[in-house]
Design a protein around this ligand. Sequence first.
Ligand SMILES: C[S@@+](CC[C@H](N)C(=O)[O-])C[C@H]1O[C@@H](n2cnc3c(N)ncnc32)[C@H](O)[C@@H]1O
Length: 759
Amino acid sequence: MKNAHFENYYKTQKVVPDEEWDAFMERLRAPLPTTFRLAGFRETATVLNDLIKTTYISTLSNEVDGEVVQPPAQIPWYPDGLAWQFNVSKQVLRKNPDFKRFHSFLVFETEIGNISRQEAVSMLPPLLLDVKPHHLVMDMCAAPGSKTAQLLEALHTPPADPSPSNPIPPGLLLANDSDHKRTHLLIHQSARLPSPSLLVTNLDASIFPVIRVGAEHMGGEAGKGTRQLLFDRILCDVPCSGDGTLRKNMGIWLKWGVGDGNGLHSLQLRILQRAMRLLKPGGRVVYSTCSLNPVENEAVVAAALRSIPHFTLAPTSSSLPALQRRPGLKSWTPAFFLGGKRELRFFPTYEEYVAALSEKDDKKYTESMWPPTDEGEEGWALDRCMRIYPHLQDTGGFFIAVLEKRAKDDAPEAKKRQADAPEDCTAEPTTKKVKLESAGEDVTMGDLAEVGDAGRSASPSANGEAKVAPRMEADTDKKEKPQGKRGKGKEREGTGGSFKENPYTFLPPDDPIVKTCIEKLHIIPSFPDHNLFVRNPSGEPARSLYLTNDIVRSVILNNDYNRIRLMTAGTKLFVKQEAAKSASKSADEDADGREGEGSSARFRILSEGLPVVYPFIKPETVMDADLKTLQALLETYHPLCESFQEPFRTAITEKPSGCHVLKFPEEKNVGGNLTHELVLPIWKSNVSISLMIDKKAKSALSLRVFGKDITTAGRALASNQKAKVATDSASTVVAEEETEHIVVAEDDLEQSNDNIDNA
Ligand SMILES: C[S@@+](CC[C@H](N)C(=O)[O-])C[C@H]1O[C@@H](n2cnc3c(N)ncnc32)[C@H](O)[C@@H]1O
């Protein structure tokens, strides 16, 4: 864990005071503690957090086999104590039954998305973005999506806690990443919180195209054409050299070179500049990296502020008071290897760098990498940025800047600059690189132009709403070629992989399938059925129905989904339940195939979508159930209706076959403890019912409520293990392996979470 260039470079930059250098380096060499946060809808997060405190932490001791162990602790700066840190060795997890139990709880809940293992510092940018349910939000470099998940949670959390989560917030979150494969990770990750407000695109953020929405979504009048979608909040968690993650990604010690950060500066700046142009007046951009390098951090922020008017750096010193941080650097010295020499050369000024270039050297670096030479505007002071160092609070290294765009009539000092630079926020970026110097800035902001359809090829109707009946398809007749490199077989610049997604087709509310769903699933009239869509070229509700909110619908209807490389939108809500036999298979791992009944195809509520649709289900049709019923549903795949106790037995027997929703109140009984109200979907066939949640969710629920895995799969696993122990004379070795299984499961998780944490 040594790298002479790294030490030389950062010592010269004076990232930390000399007297802290040794502590800084020492901590960089220490392993990173495990950190996680409670994810998903606020209600579930709070319940699980209480469970961690009352059921688990209270049982964990401070000493295991003579080893002092620090029990998990809440991260002091994370709101509502919903994030935790712990530093326990694998030996302790193996040896101590209480830690083992806590560990398997974490593993199960992580698998089903209620817990997100995420680096502590990576949780910061979404907090500083301060997202509200009505905000139009963009996550420019979003994959694999740990911050996207936090932004979604914020979008669904009403400002006045403890009001219930908003299942269909009016705002929007557009999560984008240029890496095609990684957008799939992003989709998987964000599906854990079903959101009708989500869009995922696969575009190069530095040339992110103009997206249009109905004028009413941008402060105009409904029916008055479309306007450019501008955002209230934008997260730029840009690609970076990642040397702040040294504690986790030890390979960086070997590979670190100054070229990594230098080479990324220009892309980082172009991404931030594009974000600034896509922001509404009064809006906020958070720029973040997991790098310690000022060339990737302060230099990018300074150059962006100089190139685009109306922005200031928001002071961050008073936010999250329990967070230990340092101010941004005001001076630094870029360094390079010139002429292939292995000696790192520092250049205090751009001019000195240019003078040192030989004829053979490319002048590939821009002046924007050096600290600004003038004072700049008030409000550009780089010490308003935030630097996090490992030795301050036992975390990774991180950098954050919060840029705010002045509200329209709040920018007297920027008036002259504004006059100098006529603005057109509707301008499409070109695929050419945007010039980095302020004089070269070509796109600025201004009034939101109201644009009728005449000049817009991507608007299906005069009022911004599709007029297609009976099925409304988003603008497929007016496909534009994707921007960037054009031509047959060529992929879009900056995006990997081809784009072969299915179209988005809205269903009219009088569609027979929609009408049947609404009726059979007992949904009230205020449900926004006009926002249901399917994803196939014919527009048939063949398998799944998805739900958006109004603004996401407007994006889909007013833009060619191919041009904006729209990978997914909204959330899947209803799925077709084919014949009972295959249906039960899809819901669980049914092997007995007992049911040939109820064969007609119908739709059911997807369990993941239930939080969204539940507020729209007629309350009188929701069935009351108790812990005994839950126990039976977890223990058996298809318990017979007659096997239940009264009054549930009669109630379920009288119900027609199909999808029903059960409500379980708080209860302590039959060896279980349900600490919060729970709603779950079931499918009733003629004589039996099945719980329509997947195997992992069943096991996690079982562990949470009954303290052990009572599901069929869980019992099978336990009995296999028992048999193994019985036949193995070296039973201690087996026990070790069993624990290994959990540890291995966590290693897998760590692997996928490492992908998820950062790049
Ligand atoms: C630091 S990671 C983002 C991590 C993510 N925000 C999270 O919290 O999970 C940077 C991401 O930027 C993406 N990326 C790289 N160049 C890009 C570009 N030009 N436009 C958009 N995304 C880009 C990478 O694919 C990578 O997923």
